[in-house]
Design a protein around this ligand. Structure first.
Ligand code: SF4
Length: 470
């Protein structure tokens, strides 16, 4: 048995930020090569601190869904997963045994040599007959003088594609360092020019900055008066959203596994937690704000306040992903970065098979089953605030300066809408939802939303409201 975990950045503010990782997880689930594919996030749930606990097997491969190496892949993710590794990740990845699981952590997908094929696939979408006689390729990266990894990956892909001989010329250009994208009319001589942005997703840069810097007016733009004669530019979509990235992810995962280890087993603690959950599901009951009812072979979930409403009055979803999508935003359409907030929207019902229920509950209340079970068994380790604060790096190091009173003031605002009980602050939770108290979930450690709010409070000396996403 084996588990694949995809790690994304996520966002406290924007529910679309996690979409690319969701989509790749779905593609990889469809391939069926792993017993489970799970997502974990820095800014959403399940958080990096929780995600390994949510895997069902003892063989776990973790792929950072980032376009290049850097602060997140080398510092934040290894630290939060507890890998005991900091700094550059070797090509074969990092393997550790953590809590009985073999965990393999790989390089980010963007640096895999297979990304050259993804660039080529994007180029062919906009110009299927690109030819070595008259077509130039520009691989376009963000670049930054602060981190050389950011440009290394662009140059190595440009080199690979130059060696392929499929284009008359191949250039690596950047938004934020030399050679800049705006210099292309002087550098590129070919009549036809394909531009492929080496970006993780569609966004401000791919939709606005690049077209503006290059003078593009859509997918195809004619430039009749360039220094080297008339040229036509074909502007491709970013590499990070191409479905072929799923192949790259699988290659990374298989290469990491071939470096050593064997297939895992079912993780017994995880299995016991879900047996406790299924016992609750079979008799029917509440989990948080949700009412769970068994019906011959399937389970119905709905907001507890919608109890008694007819099926026709509610939007019915029949997949765990459908349940995820209807519960990602609150009734006002706002993103819910903390899934245990009492802001679950009403007006839906999910009908799931027993096999789908685990993923459905995982999307609804990530890590809650595993943490509640561990709490019942007295094996859930609590991390007090000073330890969480000391672990922070980058822009969050300043939270180490927060006084006890400041932290408690933030908690009064940030944690009051949350179903979780702050064990990390010494609060007591005698029973959980598994023992029949629907809204009783443990919080073993301050979440990243809380940490970000403490930082905001220190910066602005203001009462808390969400405005962060760094
Ligand atoms: S820190 Fe507060 S808001 Fe965050 S999960 Fe824990 S109780 Fe909820």
């Amino acid at each position: 048995m084996r588990s694949l975990v995809l790690i994304g950045h996520g966002s406290h503010l924007n529910s679309e930020s996690a979409s690319a990782v969701f989509r790749y997880a779905e593609l990889l689930r469809e391939r069926g090569l792993y017993d489970e594919v799970i997502e974990g996030y820095w800014k959403e749930e399940p958080a990096l601190r929780q995600v390994l606990r949510t895997t069902a097997s003892t063989d776990v491969t973790v792929i950072p869904m980032f376009i290049s190496e850097g602060y997140f892949t080398e510092t934040v993710i290894p630290r939060e997963l507890g890998l005991g590794h900091q700094g550059p990740v070797p090509p074969e990845g990092v393997a550790r045994v953590l809590g009985g699981r073999t965990v393999r952590y790989t390089l980010p997908f963007g640096v895999h040599p297979g990304m050259a094929d993804v660039i080529l696939a994007r180029a062919r979408e906009v110009l299927p007959d690109a030819a070595p006689e008259d077509t130039a390729l520009i691989v376009l990266g963000h670049g930054t003088t602060r981190n050389e990894n950011s440009h290394k990956v662009i140059y190595s892909n440009a080199d690979r594609l130059r060696e392929s001989g499929l284009f008359a010329e191949v250039h690596a250009l950047f938004l934020d360092e030399d050679p800049r994208v705006g210099t292309w009319p002087d550098l590129v001589r070919s009549r036809r020019v394909v531009v492929v942005p080496f970006f993780a997703s569609e966004g401000w840069h791919t939709l606005e900055t690049i077209p503006e810097d290059m003078g593009l007016r859509g997918e195809v733009t004619e430039f009749p008066d360039n220094p080297h004669g008339p040229q036509t530019v074909f502007y491709a979509r970013p590499v990070g959203t191409h479905p072929a990235v799923a192949n790259v992810v699988l290659s990374l995962a298989e290469e990491a596994r071939s470096a050593g280890g064997r297939d895992g087993d079912v993780d017994r603690t995880h299995d016991a937690a879900w047996q406790a959950m299924m016992a609750l599901a079979r008799r029917g009951g509440r989990i948080g704000e949700v009412l769970l009812t068994p019906h011959s072979g399937v389970y119905e979930l709905r907001h507890a306040l919608d109890e008694g409403m007819g099926g026709a009055e509610l939007q019915t979803v029949v997949t765990p992903e459908g349940l995820r999508d209807v519960t990602r935003r609150d009734a006002a359409g706002e993103h819910r970065p903390v899934r245990t907030y009492r802001t679950l929207p009403r007006g839906w019902r999910a009908v799931l098979s027993e096999a789908e229920l685990r993923r459905g509950v995982h999307f609804l209340y990530p890590a809650v089953v595993e943490e509640s079970y561990a709490h019942s068994c007295h094996s859930l380790r609590h991390t007090p605030w000073p330890t969480t604060a000391r672990r922070q790096t980058g822009i969050y190091t300043r939270v180490q300066r927060a006084t006890h009173d400041q932290v408690e003031r933030v908690a009064r605002t940030v944690c009051s809408p949350c179903l979780r009980t702050r064990l990390w602050a010494g609060e007591k939770l005698p029973r959980t939802f598994l023992d029949g108290v629907p809204g009783a979930f443990p919080c073993a450690e301050a979440c990243t939303y809380f940490v970000a709010e403490v930082r905001e409070t220190l910066i602005s000396k203001r009462p808390t409201t969400a405005s962060h996403d760094g």
